[in-house]
Design a protein around this ligand. Structure first.
Ligand code: GTP
Ligand code: MG
Length: 290
């Protein structure tokens, strides 16, 4: 299906997010098609694709995928070869979410071109010219209840990871202002595992993350605002504001504030396994960005 032609400078989409969120499961789903065949299909002797057989990732891996260039109706299930559609190829890059391994992925975001050591990628070619087009930040919607009401939540750790990602993108955008700015990178927060009845709807995932990001921002800037430096002071653009995520001095954080840096953040719910809205909306979002 994928040829071994050494494509250079394919656009890349990066999968980020905490361990266990479903990044590898999603990559496998996009690569192989749906996990369970539709119930209406005739029985076949072939094995169903096992998208959920994942294990904690230790190294980045990438797969080459293609979207139909008229993205509106396309699905990752479509066989573009048979429809004869013109396909746009891109790399989907998986990363390990473990706290001790994610730093490498974040630090590479600081560069306008995302480069990956080819020796660590098993299945496809990532070159120095590879352009990062979008980030899909996968979260487990079943584990993001508000920390005040639940001790069993990954909200603080997930939000802290997301904070680092967004702040890195923000710094990158700020640094580039004026000069030849690298294109900004949009972020999709994929609220995964909506098949689970304990999962929060996407709107709640969004507001919980925004609230937690606001708390983190407050904590990390302690001493900065306390010293009397506020939005009214003419210090925006100074060193301190570089570390502040979103609208400087604002009380509450919202993803909309990232638009100040031309960084679009969308939160869309879905699931890789089980019954639910599936992954089509995520695929269409990606198709729109590459
Ligand atoms: P790391 O590689 O450790 O960073 O984790 P990951 O984000 O790659 O997670 P992975 O894809 O390995 O998925 C972790 C577990 O979540 C697996 O057991 C998956 O089967 C499960 N999982 C993934 N997506 C879904 C989903 O939509 N619903 C449910 N119920 N489980 C899912
Ligand atoms: Mg993984």
């Amino acid at each position: 299906l994928t040829s071994s032609t050494p494509y250079t400078a394919l656009p890349a989409v990066l999968l980020l997010g905490p361990s266990g969120a479903g990044k590898t499961a999603l990559l496998t789903l996009f690569e192989r098609g749906p996990l369970t065949p539709p119930s209406t299909s005739e029985k076949t002797t072939s094995e169903p694709a096992t998208a959920a057989q994942t294990h904690t990732s230790l190294t980045p891996a990438s797969v080459e995928l293609a979207v139909s260039s008229d993205s509106s109706g396309s699905s990752f299930r479509d066989d573009l070869d048979s429809t004869g559609a013109t396909a746009k190829k891109f790399l989907l890059i998986d990363t390990p979410g473990h706290a001790k391994l994610r730093g490498a992925a974040i630090s590479r975001l600081a560069d306008s071109k995302y480069s990956l050591n080819p020796s660590t990628t098993s299945r496809s070619t990532v070159t120095d010219g590879t352009k990062l087009k979008a980030i899909v930040f996968v979260v487990d919607a079943a584990g993001l209840s508000d920390g005040d009401t639940s001790y069993d939540t990954s909200l603080p750790s997930t939000a802290s990871f997301l904070y680092d990602v967004l702040l890195t993108l923000q710094k990158r955008a700020t640094k580039a202002k004026g000069s030849k700015a690298p294109p900004t990178v949009p972020v999709l927060i994929a609220a995964n595992k909506l098949d689970l009845f304990t999962a929060l709807p996407a709107a709640l995932v969004k507001s919980n993350l925004e609230a937690e990001l606001g708390r983190i921002r407050k904590t990390r800037s302690k001493g900065l605002l306390d010293s009397g430096v506020g939005a009214d002071d003419d210090l925006a653009g100074g060193e301190e504001s570089d570390e502040w995520l979103g609208e400087y001095g604002s009380d509450k954080f919202s993803f909309k504030q990232m638009m100040e840096f031309d960084i679009e953040v969308d939160v869309i719910g879905g699931n890789v396994t089980g019954d639910g809205p599936g992954a089509d909306k995520w695929w269409r979002w990606i198709a729109d960005k590459v």
